[in-house]
Design a protein around this ligand. Structure first.
Ligand code: NAP
Length: 409
């Protein structure tokens, strides 16, 4: 298939979508964006590890047909555009993609390429698993107690990007309308709008509950600030409970209905926590939390805070998923000062690749990489970011870490 200025996609098959589920061929074409800054370094390492795990796991019966597409600096240098239409078209067509970090262009009216890709493809769930690998330096005493998966709404709330500069005609008009509705806003204020819809909230919580049921997780915690923002955050909580009750009644039980009793065997407990208290809980009693579903801004803060507990963003993978599209990505930025130095930790992108293999249903290959990361770090073979805080570590570069992972598959 031809994609304009990018040329012809490599030989391979398109991931299908039938009866509400993706259908995975043995040779899926997967578009990838190398990314800017350190992106090319970590992408090279990631591709090598994923290919090695798939080759080892399937003995040549399955393979990924990688198709390079462009965004960010890489696209601007080649095509004079930050996000060429061909990139969106290719990801929309092939359904699953993986990307390194992208520079956010400053000025020019382009908010963020990542946000744009999420909005255009309606990738409404940002999924961030947070787990600990032994020997990774951590600021907390029991990082091994953290084993959570955050489902964060990805296109509404503050990510809808609806705001106006203080003193602008749009902001003033909004203030007039708000005043006419009987509420007070100081004249000349900047205005931001926080939309939270029933559809948007329910589909996010639905994904989180389905995940919890499929993976035998004990609970789904709805994190919100509904004590203050009753009609946005509070509604998110209420819609969450509604989905659980109406669509997963046979598999879930609300914490409030248990009245302190133990949940029946095999049922997922649905409960809610106010966001500020959840930050305390995550530090003090992380073992009690498993799957979390939350609105955009809460999830933004919570997923980075949790990542810090298990070793920082260098170790934290992420996915942006919609109904029939998914983009897997490193959660950190481009770390430009380390570009082309073969130095940075590729684990975030590699573990995002692991999430992608799980999404493809290639669970054994995914598990073999996770096992290898654990074994490699277990031998204290690590990149500079972890080695500088670990006594007795053997420091390796990005490619050296990838080689060690491949050797330990
Ligand atoms: P950053 O690129 O995440 O880097 C900040 C610092 O975090 C680095 O200097 C490094 O710390 C550490 N770090 C990040 N990734 C690491 C890794 N893989 N291994 C080891 N250490 C790592 O944040 P930034 O400097 O604020 O952002 C740079 C650019 O990236 C900006 O244009 C920003 O908009 C963009 N960005 C993109 C994304 C995305 O594409 N998803 C996300 C966030 C930011 P030390 O210096 O201590 O070693």
């Amino acid at each position: 298939m031809q994609f304009g200025r990018f040329g012809t996609a490599p030989e391979g098959s398109r991931i299908g979508f039938e009866k509400g589920a993706v259908v995975i061929p043995d040779d899926p074409v997967v578009p990838f964006i190398r990314g800017d800054g350190t992106g090319p370094d970590i992408w090279k390492a990631t591709q090598a590890v994923l290919d090695a795990a798939v080759a080892k796991g399937f003995g040549g019966r399955k393979r990924i047909a990688w198709f390079e597409v462009f965004a960010g600096d890489g696209a601007h240098d080649r095509f004079g555009e930050w996000l060429p239409q061909e990139t969106v078209d290719a990801i929309a067509h092939y359904r699953v993609a993986i990307k390194g970090p992208l520079t956010t262009p400053i000025g020019g009216g382009f908010r963020s390429l990542n946000v744009t890709l999420r909005q255009v493809l309606d990738l409404y769930a940002c999924i961030r698993p947070v787990r600990y690998f032994e020997n990774v330096p951590s600021p907390v005493k029991r990082p091994q107690d953290v084993d959570m998966v955050i489902f964060r709404e990805n296109v509404e709330d503050v990510y809808a990007g609806i705001e106006w500069r203080a003193g602008s005609p749009e902001a003033d008009r909004m203030i007039e309308a708000i005043t006419a509705a009987g509420k007070k806003v100081r004249p000349g204020s900047a205005i931001g709008v926080k939309p939270v819809s029933e559809i948007g909230s329910k589909r996010l919580v639905r994904k989180a509950i389905r995940f919890a049921i499929d993976h035998g997780k004990p609970s789904v915690t709805l994190v919100h600030k509904g004590n203050i923002m009753k009609y946005t955050e509070g509604a998110f909580r209420d819609w969450g409970y509604e989905v659980a009750r109406e669509e997963f009644g046979a598999h879930t039980v609300a914490e409030g209905d248990l009245a302190g009793a133990k949940p029946p065997e095999g049922k997922v407990v649905i409960r809610d926590r106010i966001a500020d208290s959840m930050f305390q809980q995550a530090l003090l009693r992380p073992a009690e939390y498993s799957v979390v579903a939350t609105t955009n801004l809460n999830g933004d803060y919570l997923s980075d805070a949790l990542a810090a507990q298990v070793g920082g963003l260098g170790m934290a993978p992420g996915a942006n998923e919609g109904e029939e599209h998914a983009i897997f990505e490193a959660t950190h930025g481009t770390a430009p000062k380390y570009a082309n130095l073969d130095k940075i930790n590729p684990s975030s992108l590699i573990l995002s690749g692991v999430m992608m293999l799980h999404y493809l249903g290639w669970h054994d290959a995914a598990a073999s990489i996770e096992g290898s990361v654990a074994r490699t770090l277990g031998k204290k073979i690590m990149t500079y970011d972890l080695a500088r805080q670990t006594e007795g570590a053997t420091e390796v570069g990005t490619s050296g870490f990838a080689q060690a992972l491949i050797a330990n598959l």
